[in-house]
Structure formats: C-alpha cells, structure tokens
Design a protein around this ligand. Structure first.
Ligand code: XBP
Ligand code: MG
Length: 251
C-alpha cells in the first residue's frame, strides 16, 4: 500500500535550474567581480555534478583563473555558493520560478487522502524554504512528514543517503513509498534505496536510458506521454500512481 510520496525539489517540483540556480550563480560571480558566466548549455553539462558547491568546485578545477591554493579555492566556493543561494531566494520571491504543472494537484491529492508527504533533495534547506513559502505559504512545512536536504544528507545523489534517511524518519519500508524525480542521479539514488520512482523528465534531463523507473513521462499534466497504461484522469494524480505502484509491488 502506498503510504508516502517523496519529492525531489530541483527539476521536479519546479524548473529551478536554468532560470534559478544558473542565473543566481552568474549574479554571484558578477557581484564578486569574477568574469565567469555559465551559459544554458554549459550549465546542463555541469548538472551531472549534484550540489551547487560541488558543481562550482568541479568547474574551478579546470579554470586557470581560479585560486590554485586548495584552501583559498574552497573559501571562494563557499562564498559564491552562499551568495548564489541569496540571489536564488530573491529570484524565487520575485515569482520567477513557478511550480511544474500537476504538482500542486498531486500534493493536494495526498493531503486529502492521507498519503504522507516528504522531501528528499540535495539542495540547501534555504532554497527549499524560499520555493515552498512562495507557493504554499509560511506554514508549508507542516504538510510534510520529513524534509531532508543537503544539510541532513551530505552524501549527495546518486548516493541513496537522502532516501534511506527519509525512509528511516517516516518509519516506512521502501515499497510503501514512491519517489518523484526528474534526473538520472535522482532516479539512481531512489533505486539504490529500493524506492519505486516516477520520473517527470525535466528540461535538462530528457534522456533516461540507463535507469529503471516505475514510470516515466514528460509532465504530470500530460498522462498520455507516460510509458504506462494511461490513466483515465486528465493528469497523473494519486489514483493513477496507486495503480502503477500496486502493479509494480505485486510483480
Ligand atoms: C539538485 C542539485 C542542487 C541544485 C542547487 O539536484 O543538484 O545542487 O542544483 O542547489 P536534485 P544547491 O534535484 O537531484 O536534488 O546550490 O543548494 O546545492
Ligand atoms: Mg532534481
């Protein structure tokens, strides 16, 4: 029986990367007088590295104009990342980052039907707070039984830590939950923890060759794009997910 839906944040709840985190990184670079700028395509390559701090460290490793001393480089990365998160929160509060279609409806299905909600993300807590406050109000966290972010699970996806921690906090077995993800790293993390996963592919992650999701589609609002028997609803809602989940668990 499905008892909880575990949500990834970036790319799944909202398209946060191209116009959110990427722009915020560029604003932080410029604020610090750095001439670096990540364009849309290059940022897509960098997204293979999960974690904004780790992504930045990865990029700096190939830059001649980044500090060569390891301690200085880490200090700069921490400073940029901190500023980036402030710019990101500002962008979110300007209303620039809408929820993906079908997300609010599915969250409301869960609240109405007593399926618990959780968040399992590699992003920083402050970024999650900014996004959720804008879309669900200041009391948003009360709807979620567990909120696990980068600070709680420092081993980032594709490592399963954030999922195993979430299961532990929920007191549930993996097969009693479903994860909502968008990226190959996210799917790998959920699968490694044994959690069946639904993938609503995001703009940076259209290809999902090497992964084994429970179901894969383009958007919760477009049920006919999913690789599973179409639901009768006009969207992928809780009834539909329950049907797919029950078939997988029984198999
Ligand atoms: C999200 C991430 C994060 C964000 C930026 O991956 O990798 O790093 O891009 O947030 P997922 P931070 O959707 O799989 O959780 O800068 O706070 O890391
Ligand atoms: Mg994601």
């Amino acid at each position: 029986m499905l008892r909880a839906l575990i949500w990834d944040v970036d790319g799944t709840l909202a398209e946060t990367e191209r116009d959110g985190h990427r722009r915020a990184f560029n604003a932080a670079f410029s604020q610090l007088g750095l001439t670096w700028s990540w364009d849309v395509a290059y940022y897509g390559e960098l997204l293979r590295i999960t974690g904004g701090y780790e992504r930045l460290m990865h990029d700096m490793a190939s830059r001649a104009d980044a500090p060569q001393d390891a301690a200085q480089r880490e200090e700069l990365a921490r400073e940029v990342h901190h500023l980036k998160n402030r710019h990101y929160a500002w962008l979110v509060r300007q209303g620039r980052i809408p929820l993906r279609e079908g997300v609010r409806d599915l969250i409301e299905d869960c609240v109405r039907e007593g399926v618990r909600l959780a968040i399992a993300t590699t992003t920083s807590r402050s970024n999650v707070d900014a996004l959720m406050e804008v879309h669900f109000g200041l009391e948003w966290a009360q709807r979620f039984a567990s909120i696990a972010c980068a600070e709680d699970a420092p081993l980032k996806k594709p490592h399963p830590q954030v999922y195993t921690l979430t299961l532990e906090r929920l007191g549930l077995a993996p097969h009693e939950t479903v994860a909502m993800e968008d990226s190959p790293n996210g799917v790998a993390a959920a699968c490694e923890a044994g959690v069946p996963v639904l993938v609503a592919a995001s703009e940076y992650f259209k290809e999902h060759d090497a992964v084994r999701p429970l179901a894969l589609g383009e958007s919760l609002a477009q049920p006919l794009t999913w690789n599973q028997p179409a639901c009768s609803d006009a969207r992928v809602g809780l009834d539909c997910i329950r049907t797919w989940h029950a078939a997988t668990v029984a198999a």
